[in-house]
Design a binder for this molecule. Structure first.
Ligand SMILES: *[C@@H]1O[C@H](CO)[C@@H](O)[C@H](O)[C@H]1NC(C)=O
Ligand SMILES: *[C@@H]1O[C@H](CO)[C@@H](O)[C@H](O)[C@H]1NC(C)=O
Ligand SMILES: *[C@@H]1O[C@H](CO)[C@@H](O)[C@H](O)[C@H]1NC(C)=O
Ligand SMILES: *[C@@H]1O[C@H](CO)[C@@H](O)[C@H](O)[C@H]1NC(C)=O
Length: 403
């Protein structure tokens, strides 16, 4: 009976330990306080938030130690925490302000400071939620932003559901390097309402978070703001390639070439998609080069065509938007030649015939003219000689009379 009781007691201790986390290590007495005054500050950068804190109390005991902080933060609906270990007293990152943000931080003493295992404080926690105003329906819809040819950004949207004439929307943007959020200066308008914005030149704005807020105003009611965060290099839509050429190398292969689209995007940043059509069948392929050799499937193809479109490749961005398709470039096989011969030969024949006839006629005319001239001369001569004879005979008659 005594044995059973003892057993029950140790089992209880065991479970209590599991639940409350007993630590049986030697340095249970070493403790450290959590960071003080932990807060999330919004400097008005449309989603770029500052998380900041003060050192814990009673840190003097560990003067020779480097104290570190473990910061964890996430959007409230996210499963995954971002974890940062830092010696600083602040950290900044971009957040989607359509959602709330939560963060927590604790102090960390490394094992060198404690002659044993690491010691950590309890968590200091903070949350941030942009005060929501207006109904969800009042928000803009279908926001779409495209960075055309890595040169100018165009965003467009639709007004909220059932919004009145007097509701209008404004776009603000910010990225690291700007002192404060800027408002759009070149709105796209439809029926007097802003439905988009053109942002032509954004100095050193690539490879960093780009924050946008579209909020609105209405006399009758508040309008819910919408927040967006993306990186510009990931929404680039290049121009289509130009100057396509297609050459049939031999009966097996066709060589396709094109020029890199004009603009600031380096040639090494492109990937191309090629649509190759051989009579009725077509195939798609991709390459990062400016030309490709494609095997011909059939020997007697009458028509080969291709067109190309471009996108920024994975070496220069995480994502991209395909350009429009280029104009189609075609090569027409024997049929084309046959058609040419069929239609052009009669014309050539007729032309040659006409020329020959004209030449003949011309020569004939010339010959006739010559003949006419000859005969004229002959008659002239004849006439002259006759007159002479006549005179001579008259003189003879006179002489006869004289005698
Ligand atoms: C750690 O151990 C060293 C000697 O090994 C001792 O001088 C020091 O006080 C100890 N520090 C702590 C925090 O226990
Ligand atoms: C819209 O957002 C900008 C930037 O945050 C702010 O300055 C402005 O007051 C806001 N307008 C409205 C109507 O909320
Ligand atoms: C291509 O399609 C046309 C009609 O769509 C058909 O008359 C022709 O025979 C097809 N050619 C080949 C090579 O399949
Ligand atoms: C195409 O035709 C030529 C001769 O007409 C032949 O030598 C060649 O092997 C053919 N190629 C294919 C892919 O059928």
């Amino acid at each position: 009976m005594a044995f059973v009781c003892l057993d029950v007691r140790s089992t209880c201790i065991f479970f209590i330990c599991i639940i409350f986390g007993c630590t049986l290590s030697s340095n249970t007495e070493i403790k450290v306080n959590p960071p003080q005054n932990f807060e999330i500050v919004d400097p008005g950068y449309l989603g770029y938030l500052h998380m900041q804190w003060q050192p814990p109390l009673a840190l003097d005991n560990y003067e020779e130690c480097t104290v570190e902080y473990v910061l964890k933060y996430r959007s409230v609906d996210s499963q995954r925490w971002n974890t940062i270990i830092t010696k600083n007293l602040h950290y900044k990152d971009g957040f989607d302000l359509n959602k709330g943000v939560e963060a927590k931080v604790h102090t960390l003493l490394s094992s060198q400071c404690t002659n044993g295992s690491e010691v950590q404080s309890s968590w200091s926690e903070a949350t941030y939620w942009k005060p929501e105003q207006g109904s969800v329906e009042s928000k803009i819809q279908d926001m779409n932003c495209v960075y055309h040819n890595w040169q100018y950004l165009v965003c467009s949207w639709k007004p909220g559901i059932g919004e009145h004439i007097e509701t209008n929307y404004n776009l603000f943007f910010w990225y690291e390097g700007l002192d404060h959020a800027l408002q759009c200066v070149d709105y796209i308008k439809a029926h007097g309402k802003n439905t988009g914005c053109r942002m032509p030149y954004l100095e050193s704005s690539d490879y960093k978070d780009f924050f946008i807020c579209v909020n609105g105003s209405s006399k009758s009611k508040p309008i819910r703001s919408s927040y967006f965060i993306f990186q510009l290099q990931n929404i680039v839509k290049p121009l289509p390639p130009n100057t396509l050429s297609l050459a049939v190398k031999n009966s097996f292969e066709v060589n396709l070439k094109w020029n890199t689209p004009e603009g600031p995007i380096p040639a090494r940043c492109f990937i191309y998609e090629i649509m190759f059509t051989e009579d009725n069948s077509s195939c798609m392929t991709t390459t990062v080069e400016n030309e490709i050799n494609i095997p011909q499937t059939s020997n007697g193809s009458q028509q080969l065509c291709f067109s190309v479109r471009s996108k920024v490749n994975i070496y220069c961005s995480d994502d991209g938007i395909w350009s429009e398709w280029s104009n189609e470039q075609c090569w027409k096989g024997d049929r084309w030649k046959k058609t040419l011969i069929f239609f052009v030969m009669p014309f050539v024949f007729v032309f040659v015939f006409v020329i020959v006839m004209m030449c003949l006629l011309f020569y004939k005319q010339k010959a006739l003219l010559k003949m006419e001239l000859l005969s004229k001369n002959f008659w002239n001569y004849c006439r002259k000689s006759r007159r002479y004879n006549h005179n001579y005979s008259n003189k003879a008659n006179l002489r006869i009379k004289w005698y």
